[in-house]
Ligand binder design. Structure first.
Ligand SMILES: [Zn+2]
Length: 614
């Protein structure tokens, strides 16, 4: 496992670089990410390149044994470019063109921006494509962050019409698939299908899902061009990736990771606030590149951040625990953000490993200790037997039609994920079209969209011997976000021996028996044909005694949306006992590691139960 840091030599006086590089090497770091926001520092005016400072920065880092992750700079184009070619700038749903002066203000569809991106990446590759110190390239940065993936410019409008035409062939086919007879929304031609600009009330859910897919596709197309450019130049063995902020869902992270097989995420646990949510995001990115893929944390929080509501302190011991959590989840590299707190601009209150004055924070000693501890520990790669099915189309479809405030795709995913983790099970978060044949358990809450391909994939998993557990909002919509014509779960009722006949937003204190746990804010009601009832609702006048979970052979369906109920369900099915929610355990070879996220301790013991500190 490698460790590193994000460094901005262009923001510090050159005589300081030597001191910084020596400190990084002393800390035991391997990797330094540079230049992903440095465009205006090496091209201050069109075609006037000043790469010499970056040459010297790389030379300084290399001399101290550090290796480099080179960023392409397309998340922050320079002011002169925005002034010269304003058509690179994206447009909001209000029709206003976004301004320079911050970041991520460009349109990924814009022909001008694609041309400028190819030009600057070509320049960068011409100079550094074969540089000995560079072991990885990071393309762009946090695609989709700040709600930047969706654009309403004229080029996006034209591209959206073409995208729809390619998809449907005829506008009649679109009208039929979307059911536009509703509210007299029938489109006379593709050009009439507007990007979803503000309307009197909500927009058509099929249009919104199409727009979400289209916008993600445009971002992936933009990334694909750069991945191709970089791959064509750099030596074999140099890694290529792009990094996503863990909470962002507007761009299909899995599609991006599969451009190279290496996924990357930016991990700020004080964003989601909950260690199990952090664990979920770690596993989501880890498996994004495929079952053989690998993943890096390109930015790891190492102190207080500056962009949440409260930005609390980071307690002593926390940074070490975050490093261990990444290692135990199976990450190959962790780069801490950032080396030194900035004296300027938008992130002044974001901490660094060094304070603004250059003195070390407490995180430095913790990182040094964690690097030594983890290097001295033989950690087997996780080999999960549990798959949790996730797709961005399901995320978007439920975001568009949540039906109940507070009910999200992620909240339903977390019910099952946290339950499995509390039982000490590693979880691979994968797509339903991935190879599921090696998994013993396939968990599928909020698998919202039903397609013939999905049904076949679940049937294949059952045929291979897996136990498949569907959960709330499973297989409701067709691929265009129209309600399935079949009984629910669409296409699976025969195998389940039951069907979902009602879906209820819950306000009463409904429980699930035999466990007495809460049912959650979403409950589904079954009509049972030849399934076994394995749990029932109690406490709600209407739901009292009705089935809450059913099973036929190896296919299960849980109708509730609460983590305690999911934990009891999976505990009863696996014969395991749950840990506390703040304790994560990892079975690795002949040892069991446990992280107590409240006490901030990491311990391991042999399977024979002899305890010792790592
Ligand atoms: Zn656009």
């Amino acid at each position: 496992m490698q460790f590193g840091v994000c460094y901005y030599p262009e923001q510090w006086p050159e005589p300081r670089w030597e001191i910084d590089a020596a400190l990084m090497a002393d800390l035991g770091l391997d990797l330094v990410r540079v230049a992903e926001f440095a465009w205006s520092s090496y091209e201050p005016q069109r075609n006037q390149f000043t790469f010499e400072w970056l040459d010297r920065a790389l030379e300084t880092l290399t001399r101290h044994g550090l290796r480099v992750v080179m960023g392409t700079p397309t998340a922050t184009p320079p002011v002169w470019l925005a002034r010269e070619r304003p058509d690179i700038l994206s447009v909001g749903s209000d029709g206003r063109r976004r301004s320079y002066g911050s970041r991520r203000h460009t349109c990924t569809t814009s022909a001008a921006y694609r041309e400028e991106a190819a030009r600057i990446v070509g320049e960068l590759l011409g100079r550094y494509g074969n540089h000995d110190a560079i072991v990885a390239w990071q393309v762009d940065n946090e695609m989709g962050n700040h709600d930047s993936a969706r654009c309403w410019c004229e080029e996006c409008q034209a591209a959206f019409s073409a995208w729809l035409q390619m998809r449907f062939g005829s506008v009649d086919a679109l009208n039929e698939a979307w059911g536009t007879a509703f509210w007299s929304m029938t489109y006379p031609d593709f050009e009439s299908v507007q990007l979803p600009v503000p309307t009197m009330t909500s927009h058509h859910p099929a249009l919104r899902l199409a727009h979400a897919k289209f916008a993600s596709d445009q971002s992936i197309g933009f990334l694909r061009l750069q991945f191709g450019q970089v791959r064509a130049v750099v030596p074999d063995g140099v890694a290529i990736t792009t990094n996503f902020y863990s909470e962002d869902t507007a761009v299909d992270q899995r599609a991006a990771a599969r451009l190279s097989g290496l996924a990357a995420m930016d991990n700020y646990p004080q964003g989601p606030q909950d260690p199990m949510t952090t664990a979920y995001h770690l596993d989501l990115t880890l498996w994004a590149g495929g079952l053989d893929g690998s993943a890096w944390i390109m930015e790891q929080q190492a102190g207080p951040i500056n962009w949440t509501e409260k930005n609390p302190q980071v307690p002593d011991g926390q940074v070490r625990v975050w490093a261990w959590q990444a290692a135990l989840h199976g990450y190959d590299a962790v780069l801490f953000f950032r080396w030194r707190a900035s004296r300027y601009a938008q992130e002044m209150y974001h901490s660094g490993l060094l304070r603004h004055d250059g003195s070390p924070t407490g995180a430095v000693a913790e990182i040094k200790a964690a690097i030594a501890e983890i290097a001295a520990t033989d950690l087997d790669t996780p080999t999960p037997k549990v798959a949790l099915l996730q797709s961005y189309k399901d995320v978007w479809a439920i975001e568009i039609n949540p039906h109940r405030a507070g009910l999200t795709h992620r909240s339903m995913q977390l019910d099952a994920y946290v339950a499995a983790r509390r039982l000490g099970l590693d979880v691979a978060i994968v797509d339903s079209m991935d190879d599921l044949s090696e998994f013993e358990w396939v968990l599928a809450p909020a698998l919202h969209i039903t397609t013939p391909e999905r049904i076949s994939a679940l049937e294949a998993a059952l045929d291979a011997g897996a136990k498949v557990v569907l959960g709330p909002r499973a297989m409701v919509m067709d691929r265009e976000n129209a309600w399935s014509e079949e009984a629910l779960p669409g296409g699976m009722t025969g195998l389940l021996g039951a069907r979902v006949v009602e879906t209820l937003s819950q306000t009463a204190d409904v429980r699930v028996d035999p466990w007495g746990t809460k049912a959650g804010i979403w409950t589904e009601v079954f009509e049972v044909n030849d399934a076994e009832v394995i749990a029932t609702y109690s406490g709600g006048t209407y739901l009292d005694g009705r089935p809450a979970a059913v099973r036929k052979a190896n296919l299960y369906y849980a109708g509730f949306s609460n983590v305690a109920s999911w934990t009891r369900l999976l505990a009863s099915l696996t014969g395991r006992e749950p840990s506390s929610r703040h304790v994560e355990t990892f079975e690795r070879g002949d040892r069991v590691f446990s992280i107590d996220h409240k006490a901030l301790t990491v311990e391991n013991r042999r399977v024979d139960h002899a305890s010792e500190a790592p």
